[in-house]
Design a binder for this molecule. Structure first.
Ligand SMILES: [Zn+2]
Length: 154
């Protein structure tokens, strides 16, 4: 099928499989960040005193001055909604049973993209405080999904 033969009413997706295998490594800073997340329910950043900038998730080098970063800081598990979007459709174009809220949570001078639960979509506001809700420790795997979702701080 060519683009000219494409059904204009079809959702803008092409479902198929890609035979790709690869392995992504977190690197030294990412490894420490995700271990702290899984084992201690903490989010760590690294601070560059030269630039007065705290990277979240933690990084090994400052992208501004290229300095090595070894000042680790516990940035807590609360951040602010920097921006968000609401998903009404699934990846296959079908309508979701309930909308899903995806937020960029600002933490330190960085942040994390994740789900926001515990609030109606029309009640989400930029700048609202949200906190990470972790999975039970037995279910954690050392990745960002060890945070089950964020929820509004009450
Ligand atoms: Zn720097």
């Amino acid at each position: 099928m060519t683009l000219l033969e494409r059904d204009p009413q079809a959702p803008p997706v092409w479902l198929d499989n890609l035979p790709i295998t690869n392995r992504y490594t977190f690197g030294l800073a990412g490894d420490r960040f995700f271990r702290a997340l899984a084992e201690e329910s903490k989010m760590l950043g690294t601070h560059c005193a030269n630039c007065n900038h705290t990277y979240v998730p933690a990084t090994s080098f400052c992208e501004r001055c290229l300095g090595k970063l070894d000042d680790w800081v516990d940035v807590g598990t609360v951040g602010q909604v920097h921006t968000f979007t609401i998903l009404y459709k699934d990846v296959d174009g079908s309508t979701r049973q309930s909308p899903e809220i995806i937020v960029f949570v600002r933490i330190g001078d960085g942040g994390i993209v994740h789900k926001l639960n515990g609030i109606e979509p029309d009640a989400v506001t930029i700048g609202m405080q949200v906190e990470a809700v972790f999975k039970p420790k037995a279910e954690r795997k050392g990745n960002i999904l060890d945070i089950a979702y964020f929820r509004p701080v009450t």
